[in-house]
Design a protein around this ligand. Structure first.
Ligand SMILES: Cc1cc2nc3c(=O)[nH]c(=O)nc-3n(C[C@H](O)[C@H](O)[C@H](O)COP(=O)(O)OP(=O)(O)OC[C@H]3O[C@@H](n4cnc5c(N)ncnc54)[C@H](O)[C@@H]3O)c2cc1C
Length: 384
């Protein structure tokens, strides 16, 4: 049997490792659009913006006997012929794993805007973060907050334009997001204003105001990289639709990581997770399905972290916009947040500088806990 993996990111590398770890002895081909071997992305807006850092993953492709083809993008998919198209000709497969991740959303206007998705993006931004540089960030998101942290540390002047009412508001809601405004005190944070376009000298806001900038960074989200799958017949709904076994609408094709929209029996809905932990753990389920003869489910409680303004945020679970957010108070100004649905089920939890709290919260979300009002409001009380 021959397995072809498209996408040389974390999920692609983990597919190589887990297939061999599960005893797969057939041919494995890894098609990677970038010229680099797979590397880790979370440090690109953290340590890598502060200095040179090798973020390459430690996978030993020679020892694993992987045919790695860097600089080779898949350009199309023919599921009836079981072929992936590339500029160098078709590549045949018996099983295909799609791990093409996500691509940043670009703002209208000048090409001089930067987004941080690749190691090359991170290097080119790092060169521009010098004392006195005028940096305009668009989006007070996870990426925006981490870039702001690095830009301030480099002595840059930072302005952030956020169309919503609060930092991290899209992810955590307005009420919780507003509690982070103080962290942005050294940034000229403009909330509730959009960017009309990026210009050759900076940005033009929806109000018509122009702000000059040496560097403009777009942190307005990503979209699953599915453009090359047009006409393939695979079901797409934002990303590639997969079941809990990470199998697509074609039985010989799987998808994993940021590109996949997976059915979660736990959440009873399709999830587009886009977190490092999901890309790291999903490949093992595919490898076990391909080697074991039985389909293996992948449905962990989602987990995400961010390092910003000297703090570590850790979010576990998945809340919907109709869930109730509860602020959990602790001593010495510490706080956390929990989300519960209409039935009192704990759906998600946010810890701030309290990794131990995150571990308990993860177990509670996983166990389907229904904490009482005291446990919800008091950080010292166990959630389950
Ligand atoms: C700057 C940054 C910081 C982050 N910080 C955090 C964090 O703190 N915590 C967290 O949980 N998550 C974080 N993430 C998210 C995390 O890195 C991703 O969830 C993870 O990288 C997803 O892995 P992946 O393999 O699915 O996709 P990717 O890492 O995006 O890899 C996909 C690869 O496929 C390649 N590709 C695309 N199209 C094709 C094609 N047609 N043919 C061949 N190859 C193709 C791409 O070039 C890319 O190399 C961060 C992401 C970024 C960009």
């Amino acid at each position: 049997m021959k397995v072809v993996i498209v996408g040389g990111g974390l999920a692609g590398a983990r597919c190589c490792e887990t297939l061999r770890a599960n005893g797969f002895e057939g041919e494995i081909v890894l098609l990677a659009a970038e010229e680099h071997l797979p590397y880790d992305r979370p440090p690109l807006t953290k340590a890598a913006l502060k200095g040179e850092l090798n973020t390459q993953l430690r996978t030993d492709y020679d020892a694993l006997k992987i045919d790695v083809r860097t600089g080779t993008a898949a350009t199309g998919l023919d599921t009836s012929a079981k072929q992936v198209h590339t500029a160098g000709g078709p590549v045949e497969y018996d099983a295909l794993i799609i791990a093409t991740g996500a691509a940043p959303i670009r703002l209208p206007g000048s090409e001089r805007q930067l987004a941080v998705r690749t190691v090359d993006d991170s290097r080119s931004l790092r060169e521009k973060l010098v004392p006195g540089a005028k940096v305009v960030l668009v989006g007070a998101s996870w990426i925006g907050a981490e870039v702001a942290t690095a830009a301030l540390a480099a002595g840059a002047e930072v302005t952030c334009i956020e169309s919503g009412p609060a930092p991290l508001g899209n992810a955590l809601g307005e009420e919780i997001g507003k509690r982070f405004v103080d962290w942005w005190s050294e940034v000229d944070l403009r909330l509730g204003i959009g960017v009309r376009e990026v210009t050759d000298t900076g940005v033009t806001l929806t109000t018509g105001e122009e702000i000059s900038a040496d560097v403009v960074v777009a942190g307005v989200g990503v979209r699953p990289d599915v453009a090359w799958l047009g006409g393939s017949g695979l079901e797409i709904d934002r990303g590639i639709v997969v079941d809990e076994n990470l199998r697509t609408s074609d039985p010989h094709v799987f998808a994993v990581g940021d590109v996949a929209v997976r059915w979660s029996p736990r959440a009873q809905e399709r999830l587009l997770v886009e977190h490092w932990d999901d890309a790291r753990t999903g490949p093992d389920a595919i490898a076990r399905t391909l080697t074991g003869g039985e389909s293996v489910a992948h449905d962990p409680v989602p987990y995400f972290w961010s390092d910003q303004f000297g703090h570590k945020l850790q979010y576990v679970g998945h809340h919907s916009s109709t869930d109730t957010a509860v602020v959990r108070d602790g001593v010495d100004g510490k706080w956390a947040a929990a989300w519960v649905d209409d039935s009192g089920l704990l759906t998600a939890h946010l810890s701030i500088d309290t990794p131990k709290l995150m571990i308990g919260a993860r177990a509670a979300v996983s166990a389907g806990a229904r904490p009482d009002a005291l446990a919800l409001r008091d950080i010292a009380q166990p959630l389950s």
